[in-house]
Design a protein around this ligand. Sequence first.
Ligand code: ZN
Length: 129
Amino acid sequence: MKPKTSPYRKILEKKAEEVRHSMSAQKAAQVVSRLDIPSDEGDLSQHHHEEWIFLNRNTIDMKLLREIADALHRMDIGQFGVCPECEAPISAKRLDAVPWARYCVTCQEQIAARIADGEVIDEFQEAGR
Ligand SMILES: [Zn+2]
């Protein structure tokens, strides 16, 4: 039986579109702010602060885009909505909240605990490099 994934595909593609859009909007804003060349120390540190926020937000957006792409790939190979850790189906409730979720809630919590213990490297940090 073919898994019912089509509603999620639309949601994922729409979300990816939104993230890409917000990223390019941020880039455009950044270009505009670069035209304001800081004239003194105060302006300069403010500028760096804004740049840091921009980069940080961008990292989160990049990670989200990658997760969405992964989810779409899993859809293509028929593994969408199945937890790769325990092979249990991921609940519709979870997929409705987080359509790009890779793991079921139980495994996600276990992985989060292992990250907190330093046993595994947080993928989020890897993605930010
Ligand atoms: Zn699981």
